[in-house]
Design a protein around this ligand. Structure first.
Ligand code: IVH
Length: 705
């Protein structure tokens, strides 16, 4: 089930939630530890089953709302009874832990790769080698004994090895160099299709391998948001998945909605003597196993499978770059063995990136919502990879120059990992005598402003951000979007209409709109006009952090806006913050600090902000948000020791005071807890132990809040 809010939301709002739900608090506070332990266990099993239904079976049986309620209840219980918080609790899936440096660990069984094949002959050779290795008569012979092969999709992501002990995920390791990889357990736990607790009849200890990937729809949605805030786009889902697994903040990983198919199980006590059957068993333990895998009898069925997927692959919601063929029987696998690099019992078949040649009719230049210019090739329509291609990306000026692409040329178009086809070269044999080299445009095709290009950046951009139509419209679309001001009565088409009618030129103009101005617009009835005005009115209550995201400061995404708002509390403080002060905010680096500074020094932006302020938008945190305190830690005295990953020692001191607790510099009988980070002093440790004072980690502390 999707967790609709990150863990910070739960932590920050935990006390609000508790005090709003007095009955619930009482229920939890009155609970005996044994009852709490039982309830935590029950909720964990229930939530894990719902995760499985949603992410593995794709068949949810409760609503997101009900799921979130159960999860909230679990988080509240774990906060009250931290002694029962299991590292494999479903509450851990929302992330929260930071990994400063991933530990390098040695694989128990090396992670080998597969040898590749590219055509039918390669595969017939493979079949021949397998048969010879096993002493089985040649294919087509009179006493032919068919070899059972398992054909699987070759998922295009990053491989991962998961270790389970007593049904619990204990470690997740990347491939690395095959001998040792990085321990990415914390990040792997945020992947909802990876079970944290298995069900059914699983072996006591085993390792299972698979591919972490990002689905196309998730990838497209993330890139859409990145485009909106002017961040560099991710190249393809594979890079996105591997980049995500290397992120230090697991909360961010959780938001990236990675997925994982498993395809190889290893261990001493597996239930079956063949690959296919063990994968089916693994499915019953809770793993996501591709239902496209097929048990084939003989190489001809393998070839059919490959031919089918060569075409059908474009309809999958994720990328595959080939097919993997494995001998099913373990005894046969063992007899065939391994070469130095790869098993002799398996092979990868790689799809050819489909390529066609077609005529380049013209080049047009698109202006994105952040002003970035993208050259687009308009092509003589041609079938490619299951669709008709009419347009292809030409990337940027450098690539056009390097390929020397000219209008009228026959160009080679390829559909690779990226869904938008790309031009990879020119068929010079077909070049016309009268062709002219392409001159990249110098002025914006929308507003005629001279284009600029920043040092080190590939794309030109139009600097006229406040008047260039696609930029203005794009900014308004971002402003009204769900995660920003959430004005769903104002859609993209209406924005274009309003802009074309000269009614709005910037986001502040929206709040001056009158019903009478709207009614003459096409398809604008009384009811939709009322809804629009009401939607704008309601947006005046949208909290500061979302307003900050909505106004569209380059590189300031949703999370960054939240962090900034929390720190500065009011827009005035933000406007007057020095670069150093900005840099001290979590998530704000050099690029964002400069972007904030540029935005607030621009007179036009200042004028818009002033008008939005007088329209009544929230430019301060609410009182409730500002106070942010509670008496959760009343009567408790803390000693802080060591180094922490998530907050500084000073921040922890502040938090303790904010929630009614006391700080002390030395451990005594009066100390309630020692908040212990890394490298805690040995003296303090000894003293705490001798007085029997409980040490808590920063996660346990944050859970208390
Ligand atoms: S089996 C010893 N099965 O392709 C066999 N690999 O070079 C181990 N891959 O590193 C791999 N889909 O990352 C296997 N169905 C599948 C796969 C698969 C993708 C990747 C994996 C591996 C590479 C092979």
């Amino acid at each position: 089930m999707p967790v609709s809010q990150p863990v910070n939301f739960y932590l920050q709002n935990y006390y609000v939630f508790l005090f709003k739900n007095n009955k619930f608090v009482k229920e939890i506070q009155d609970m005996l530890p044994t009852e709490a332990q039982h309830k935590i266990q029950q909720l964990s099993t229930e939530l894990e089953q719902h995760n499985y239904n949603y992410y593995v079976l794709d068949n949810p049986t409760i609503s997101d709302f009900e799921f979130d309620k159960l999860l909230e209840e679990l988080i509240a219980l774990e906060a009250q009874f931290p002694q029962f918080l299991s590292p494999n609790s479903p509450s851990q899936r929302v992330g929260g832990q930071i990994t400063k440096e991933f530990k390098s660990v040695k694989h128990q069984y090396a992670m080998l790769s597969l040898s590749n094949s590219y055509n039918q002959d390669d595969l017939l050779d493979f079949d021949r080698r397998v048969r010879e290795g096993l002493g089985i008569s040649a294919s087509g012979g009179l006493f032919e004994e068919a070899i059972e092969y398992v054909c699987e999709l070759k998922f295009d992501g990053l491989s991962i090895s998961l270790i389970y002990e007593q049904g619990k995920l204990t470690q997740a390791i990347t491939r690395g160099d095959g001998v040792q990889g990085d321990d990415v357990t914390t990040n792997a736990k945020t992947i909802k299709s990876i079970p944290l607790q298995l069900k059914g009849n699983y072996p006591a200890k085993f390792e299972i391998r698979g591919e972490v990937f990002m689905s196309r729809p998730v990838f497209d949605a993330i890139n859409k948001e990145r485009e909106e805030i002017g961040d560099a786009l991710m190249a393809n889902p594979r890079n996105a998945a591997s980049g995500t697994m290397k992120m230090q903040d697991s909360t961010q990983v959780a938001k990236r909605k990675l997925d994982c198919f498993l395809y190889y199980v290893l261990g001493e006590e597996l239930p079956h003597q063949s690959h296919f059957e063990n994968m089916q068993a693994a499915q019953s333990w809770g793993f996501k196993i591709s239902k496209e895998a097929k048990l084939c009898s003989g190489i001809n069925e393998v070839l059919d499978f490959i031919n089918h997927w060569d075409k059908a692959r474009f309809k999958l919601p994720f990328d595959i770059d080939g097919i993997v063929i494995k001998v099913n029987d373990y005894k046969q696998q063992k007899n065939l063995g391994f070469t130095a690099k790869s098993p002799r019992w398996a092979i990868a078949y790689k799809f050819k990136a489909e390529q066609v040649s077609t005529e380049l009719l013209s080049i047009s230049y698109q202006v994105g919502r952040t002003g970035a210019i993208t050259p687009v090739a308009n092509l003589q329509p041609v079938p490619l990879g299951g669709t008709t291609v009419k347009r292809a990306s030409l990337h940027n000026a450098d690539i056009i120059e390097k390929l020397d692409v000219r209008v009228g040329d026959f160009v080679f178009v390829e559909k690779g990992g990226e869904i938008i086809p790309k031009i990879i070269g020119v068929d010079l044999t077909k070049r016309k005598n009268d062709s002219h080299p392409t001159h990249y445009i110098t002025h914006c095709p929308e507003c005629n402003t001279e284009l600029q290009r920043n040092e080190g950046e590939a794309n030109h951009f139009c600097p006229n951000e406040n008047e260039c139509p696609p930029q203005v419209i794009g900014r308004m679309e971002h402003f009204v979007s769900r995660k920003a001001m959430n004005i769903d009565s104002l859609g993209g088409e209406t924005i274009v209409q309003l802009y074309n009618a000269g009614l709005v030129k910037n986001i502040a103009d929206l709040y001056d709109l009158k019903k009478e101005q709207l009614l003459p617009l096409d398809r604008m009835a009384e009811k939709s006009a009322n809804n629009l005005i009401e939607g704008l009115e309601a947006s005046k209550k949208v909290p500061f952090e979302r307003v900050l995201y909505a106004i569209g400061i380059r590189h300031v995404g949703e999370t960054t806006a939240k962090k900034i708002a929390k720190k500065v509390k009011t827009l005035d403080v933000l406007i007057h913050s020095s670069k150093e002060e900005l840099l001290a905010i979590d998530e704000v680096g050099e690029i964002i600090a400069i972007s904030l500074h540029d935005f607030f020094s621009n007179e036009k932006n200042k004028a818009v902000i002033t008008r939005l302020k007088s329209a009544g938008l929230q430019f301060e945190l609410s009182e409730e948000q500002q106070q942010g305190g509670s008496d959760k830690l009343k009567d408790l005295t803390f000693v802080i020791s060591g180094v922490f990953a998530k907050h500084s020692r000073d921040q922890y001191k502040e938090m303790i005071e904010l929630h009614g607790g006391k700080n002390s510099g030395s451990i005594s009988k009066k100390t309630s807890f020692v908040l212990a980070g890394d490298n805690m002093g040995p003296e303090k440790l000894k003293k705490a132990e001798s007085l029997g004072i409980k040490l808590i980690t920063e996660d346990e502390f944050l859970n208390m809040l």
